[in-house]
Write a protein that binds this ligand. Sequence first.
Ligand SMILES: Cc1cc2nc3c(=O)[nH]c(=O)nc-3n(C[C@H](O)[C@H](O)[C@H](O)COP(=O)(O)OP(=O)(O)OC[C@H]3O[C@@H](n4cnc5c(N)ncnc54)[C@H](O)[C@@H]3O)c2cc1C
Ligand code: SF4
Length: 415
Amino acid sequence: MNKKYKEIIEKAKYCLHCKNKPCSKSCPLSNNIPEFIEHIKNGNIDEAYKVLSETTIFEPICGRICPHESQCEGSYVRGIKGQSVTIGKLEAFVGDYILDSNFKNNDICKSNGKKIAIIGSGPAGLAASYLLSNNGYIVDIYEKHSKLGGLLRYGIPEFRLDKKLLDNWLETFILNDNIRIYNNKELGKDFNIEDLKQKYDYIILAFGANISNKMNIPGEEKDFVYGGNELLEYKDMPDFTGKNVVVNGGGNVAIDSAREIKKLGAKNVIIVYRRSKIEMPAERKEIKEAEKEGIEFLFKTNILEILDNKIECIKTELIQKEGENRKAPVNIEGSEFSLDVDYIVMAIGSHPNTKVIDSLELKTNKWGYLEIDENYKTSDNKIYAVGDLTGARQTVAWAARSGFECAKQIINDTH
Ligand SMILES: Cc1cc2nc3c(=O)[nH]c(=O)nc-3n(C[C@H](O)[C@H](O)[C@H](O)COP(=O)(O)OP(=O)(O)OC[C@H]3O[C@@H](n4cnc5c(N)ncnc54)[C@H](O)[C@@H]3O)c2cc1C
Ligand code: SF4
């Protein structure tokens, strides 16, 4: 038994094997956590994999990048008492073991003649592709980029998710004879929804929501202001070497943008966030990494205006407003100050591509996301929608869950 294996078994022994499984209830995929950990404790990794494979194929990915504190580990009994437990590490260990063991998915059914088009190859589209293709459906994936993976490839930076691992995972779990890939094909540009409706039994829209929101403040149109989502997706960025950069926001995109820019040689990177550290949606471990790398934080600060080479800021206080569960940041009059900057990155949330959404002529909700019913159906009977595009909780595991559930629904409907 090697050192890593011994360490993993030690970590596994930490599990209390609770009967009511609070950790599983907080996992979007409902992974049977105590059960798979029990098999690791007994040194039986194949059995641990079997348990996980009942609910997921994302072990090496989710194990690494799920926001564990707010999902499985946050409600882990020992976790609540302040002692961290590493469900994610254990899951990734099982996933890596399978990837390293030349595993072959031999469960693929022969074609049943039904054809499905899936638009977008992020976790939601891939989860649906996996289940449908395994059940004999012919799945055509249309993806605007040259490679599969969605934000796993074109969002989450390499230093957090190794793209070779992603390729290995795609090869092992996704690609099979029932799946055909159409890369560099963009809905709304290279084809439209009517073309697909003629050709397929069903269509699953899974094209995400990766357009950066704007603050709508004066100066935001200046050419040194970037959107965090686009910056990470297209790597279309200036030379940051020796520059002062402000990143506005408190979530994953803000932290990933700031860390990427710092690694590219920026002199100072400051994350400006209008609430306090404790309210930041980003994971604690990512915030800690950013701090270690020399990224500064300005909490309880709002940006008022973008001028040439500087920004006007104001301090905020957090006030509990009636009917709201989060304290609202309110500007403190007279606390204005300015910061010198070369570049600004806006990372204050994202939305789907409204031009594409409008062209579909499907019902949307008041936030501009596609409206779906409990079975993931849009207002058109032939068209389903999954993942970030529907305004779901924006994490990989939630997107994967919607893809799996949508596929199950189509399988039920067509049997
Ligand atoms: C920088 C960043 C960091 C993140 N970090 C984490 C994290 O650590 N943990 C976590 O759980 N979640 C994280 N997330 C969120 C997570 O990545 C998303 O919730 C998840 O990827 C959504 O999956 P999806 O399949 O709905 O969409 P996406 O992953 O966005 O995939 C959509 C796919 O559709 C394609 N597409 C778009 N438009 C078209 C079109 N018109 N035609 C054809 N194809 C199209 C896109 O190229 C893409 O491949 C992060 C997000 C970002 C942006
Ligand atoms: S999928 Fe994510 S939330 Fe669920 S057990 Fe794995 S790491 Fe935890």
